[in-house]
Ligand binder design. Sequence first.
Ligand SMILES: C[S@@+](CC[C@H](N)C(=O)[O-])C[C@H]1O[C@@H](n2cnc3c(N)ncnc32)[C@H](O)[C@@H]1O
Length: 492
Amino acid sequence: MSTLAVVEKSQDQLKQIGREDAALTDHFRPKLKVNYDLTRALVSFQANKTVAGYRWFKFKEGFSSTLVNYVFDRLRISSGKVIDPFTGSGATLFSASGRGLDALGIELLPVGCEIIRARKAALQHPDRVISTLRNWVGQKPWQTSNGRQVPFQHLRITEGAFPQKTERRLKSYVGALSDVRDTASASVLRLALLSILEEISYTRKDGQYLRWDDRSGRRQGTKLFNKGLIRDFDIAILDKLVHILDDLDSPPDLFGNASRLKLSGQVEVACGSCLEELPKLPTNSFSVLMTSPPYCNRYDYTRTYALELALLGIHEAGIRQLRQQMLSCTVENREKGGLADLVGVQNFERGKQIFNEQVLLSAICHHLDYLRDEHQLNNSGIARMVRNYFWEMTLVILECARVLQPGAPFIMVNDNVRYAGIPIPVDLILSRIAECAGFEVETIWVLPKGKGNSSQQMGEHGREELRKCVYVWRAPTRTQAKQQVPLLGHQR
Ligand SMILES: C[S@@+](CC[C@H](N)C(=O)[O-])C[C@H]1O[C@@H](n2cnc3c(N)ncnc32)[C@H](O)[C@@H]1O
């Protein structure tokens, strides 16, 4: 095809995307509300940085406990059972528990599961954990020269990540850890180690991959990178152990009330994919869902958490398997097989029907396929990633509709994205899928400041900002679940 013909065809497709986008935006306009209470800090991990318990592991992709409390207060949620199908480090679970609600999380990444288990163990057995941690801070058993060393089983992409002295200390720490008999204490000591790996290494988590400091001797591309201070092992681990001790053992307040962190409601975590775990849960068994799935932004959790996964004993094959099981959000994700077996043929067929009705999504995917075939996409896996992201989310949403009680709030934090210059309104597309699955879209809170709208970007690319939102949906009643929703846009 001539260049002119390619441009014309592409422009026709963009016009159609524009029309469908306008129809969907019109449909949800009354629900889109800028919420000035919501800041970027609140909707990210930032606000957790100084909060007891949450600061033990900096899970950068998390949201804050303050956000969970804000949402629960605003929606007047004070009882019931909570679920988070993409639970990460468990902000939803521990915040709900702090309010006396029982909570179940599902998480695929072993790092998230480990953080939750360790925190739960610490809160269930604080006295044992405090005593062991005090001992370790006093005795520093990893410094004993005759202590056992346990090798760090590197992955290809973590080889050489630590200065030699640091790696020796790390091996001694794991050696000393293998002598700790109390499982709660061992779990917390391992969490302390997990949480300092990045700061004692030559690497920095950078979304799609690990970035390497030049001092490591590994060069990535042509740009020089210096991450700043690489912390000494002893200083970093002692700081961390003292932080945890401070949080577990804080003195009573001025009225003499114990201010210890505690679990009020039960916290449980199912380690696995929510596409496998949700179907195992009974129908109508939860009264609140608050979550944040991976964004459709190519972020690769298995690469950025490679150091932590290696420490947890996950090897190359395990990493590949994890990446493929993750909700499709990287260009390497392939189609997932066997989904009909997991969610059942009925939900699978219903999902297919709902997915196929998404006219804006279909126009976007069609265009991305076309750009890929014309070699106009900077990565040929983008089209597949976008399609599968929404397809898998359709199945997740249908399963959530099943496990939630009628009218239960479903709260989701997510970002819109842009590929090949096309903004993809993830908020509107997912909300429309939810509507087709019988949910009522109560509101879509838009953060006052989105992404990609710095004055520099606006000037350079004339780009619109990408919305960052918190969606509030209500789970369907039995009749809503079966009803057909009116068609939109060119479907009419
Ligand atoms: C944005 S993070 C959630 C952060 C969480 N709200 C917190 O505050 O810690 C998304 C999480 O979804 C997990 N995830 C990705 N695919 C999954 C799947 N198929 N099943 C369950 N969890 C998955 C990722 O490992 C990641 O921890």
